[in-house]
Design a protein around this ligand. Structure first.
Ligand code: CP
Length: 324
């Protein structure tokens, strides 16, 4: 199999890749000390042209927890983008300063353009309303830790499914697994894009479109809430019409299964009432912690750090053998 260099779309990964991420993430959770120096001497650059809390900081946390180092910028205004530099020139330059690069950009496919000219692996940390593949790795690790599987689950995806890049990537990934069913809960104007629905049809995956959260919540194993994405709307009046359309509160949670979980990529605005936070089925903060495990596993995979670990173990065994 050719060496996987970048991760730009979730379709860059297959089930074997997901298994690898789940397995390494599980191993890190069990024995974090084993990984504390695996990235020693490596540099990760975070190039964020759009705001972020979780994605940027969890990548930085992941690298630092593995003994690596980080550099980067958290907004375009403090980089030479403000002077008119193209993303390609930024990528050409920064790839000389680091071993792996994480890019978030408000315009779809810009990380892909940067990957074309970069000499180091590029990770898409969210490109406009297109995709957010590492959020999906986070979500898969979360679901696997809770249910022990990624198949035969009913997911309710609720909110802004049109602009929500996390749900696009998540549906594409989970549609590879048998028995999954999707309830796509959104007003008509914010429903899942046609290309994602076409993929579900091609893969013969069961799904239903609805605008009703109340009548759907009792059916789901996972309720994946999303924010109505104000920054993606061309028309502010349309945003004002749709904001607040779904609010998950303690009353609605009474209709949910006892063993379901609520996920959210965060940040939230008003779509999950704070009173839900105390419910043991609220998994969105646990999900943020799984993001560090998933990103550690991804960095290990893209930089082939497990190979070096294996190499070190072999040297250690050989040394032990010689001295015995
Ligand atoms: N989930 C997510 O992408 O969060 P941030 O925008 O804070 O990175």
């Amino acid at each position: 199999m050719p060496y996987q260099r970048d991760i730009l779309n979730i379709s860059d990964f297959d089930k074997a890749d997901f298994d690898y991420i789940l397995s390494v993430a599980g191993s890190i959770a069990e024995s974090p000390g084993r990984y504390s120096e695996v990235a020693k001497g490596k540099l990760l650059a975070t190039l964020f042209f759009e705001p972020s809390t979780r994605t940027r900081l969890s990548f930085e946390s992941a690298m630092l927890r593995m003994g690596g180092q980080v550099l980067g910028f958290s907004e375009a205004g403090v980089s030479s983008t403000a002077k008119g530099e193209t993303p390609e020139d930024t990528a050409r330059t920064v790839s000389g300063y680091c071993d792996i690069m994480v890019v978030r950009h408000p315009t779809p496919l810009v990380p892909h353009r940067m990957a074309e000219v970069s000499s180091v692996p590029v990770i898409n940390a969210g490109d406009g309303s297109n995709e957010h593949p590492t959020q999906t790795l986070t979500d898969l690790v979360t679901i696997h830790r809770r249910f022990g599987r990624l198949d035969h689950l009913t997911l309710g995806l609720c909110g802004d499914l049109k602009h929500g890049r996390t749900v696009h990537s998540l549906v594409k990934a989970l549609s590879l697994y048998p028995g999954n069913r999707f309830l796509l809960i959104a007003p008509d104007a914010l429903q899942m894009p046609g290309d994602v629905l076409e993929l579900l049809d091609e893969r013969q995956v069961s799904y239903a479109l609805t605008d009703q959260l109340e009548s759907s919540i009792g059916q789901v194993d996972i309720l994946y809430m999303t924010r109505i994405q104000r920054e993606r709307f061309q028309n502010p009046t349309e945003y004002r019409r749709l904001k607040g359309v779904y609010i998950l509160d303690a009353e609605k949670m009474k209709s949910a299964k006892e063993d379901m979980i609520v996920m959210h990529p965060l940040p939230r605005v008003d779509e999950i009432s704070p009173e839900v936070d105390a419910d043991p089925r609220a998994w969105y903060i646990i999900q943020t912690r799984c993001g560090v495990l998933a990103r550690m596993a991804l960095i290990i995979k893209l930089l082939k750090l497990n190979d070096f670990m294996g190499e070190r173990s072999r040297h250690a065994c050989a040394a032990a053998h010689h001295s015995a």
